[in-house]
Write a protein that binds this ligand. Structure first.
Ligand code: GLP
Length: 240
């Protein structure tokens, strides 16, 4: 595992954007994109490079990490809408090349299986961006998730619903269930890039990077990966 500690969140964003840019410039690439606040700076930097340097996303393809169950794609807090408004619609990426999980599918287990098959049919993910929850979750793989899990339905912990309540009116408005790529699914991406900034993530980063490999800290699964890069600012690196 490669750990990159940068001084500021802006430098973190620039390092992550460098990794994505290299992959995009190499040719048609498949990106795994995450929501949450952690990768937002990196998306802003990539949008800037698109406008200022002509970084061309037209041949890239995107798979999302996870989705809330019960929200229509058009809901402003669905991860499909969020990734469109924060990134896709601000670069030259056709929304038809963006694949997400359907949180309103009548058969959620079938939807999860379809998604894993779609990722495989696309040749897998080249670069997967990841945030990390304060409890060490990645995607929506909450503590206790099997390290080899596939895409499936999960129930959110109270802590994650509290953490995400800021995007909704109140905790009660945060959906209880989600669909998420599994830890095994995520681990099949060729390059995992985890991004975390701020002191609030310091415990989770220390557990993921230097703690034991355990389902209690799902992000520790990165320790098993052939090519994982963790990009953090000094605040998030405090306990390393
Ligand atoms: C949500 C997302 C995760 C994200 C996490 C942390 O739970 N499903 O992918 O990593 O939030 O979010 P933030 O980066 O806003 O702290």
């Amino acid at each position: 595992m490669e750990i990159v500690i940068r001084s500021t969140p802006d430098e973190v964003a620039s390092t992550v954007a460098d990794i994505v840019e290299r992959s995009v410039r190499r040719g048609p690439t498949t990106l795994g994109l995450a929501t949450g606040s952690s990768p937002l700076g990196s998306y802003r930097e990539l949008i800037r490079r698109h406008h200022d340097d002509g970084l061309d996303f037209s041949s890239a393809r995107v798979f999302l990490l996870d989705e809330y169950v019960g929200l229509p794609k058009s809901h402003e807090q669905s991860y499909f809408s969020v990734i469109r408004s924060e990134f896709v619609d601000r670069v030259n990426l056709d929304p038809g090349r963006v694949h997400g999980l359907d949180g309103q599918a009548p058969d959620l287990a079938a939807e999860a299986a379809r998604y894993d098959a779609a990722i495989a049919a696309a040749g897998g993910i080249d670069v997967q961006l990841l945030g990390i929850g304060t409890d060490g979750h990645i995607g929506f793989n909450e503590p206790g998730s099997s390290l080899t899990s596939r895409t499936r339905i999960k129930t959110l912990t109270e802590q994650t619903r509290i953490d995400n309540a800021r995007f909704f009116g109140s905790v009660d408005d945060v959906p209880l269930h989600v669909l998420t790529q599994g830890l095994g699914t995520i681990g099949e991406a060729r390059h995992l890039v985890m991004v975390a900034v701020g002191a609030g993530k310091a415990d989770a980063i220390a557990a993921a990077v230097e703690g034991p490999l355990t389902a209690i800290c799902p992000a520790s699964v990165l320790q098993l990966h052939r090519h994982a890069t963790v990009v953090v600012d000094e605040a998030a690196a405090e306990w390393l």
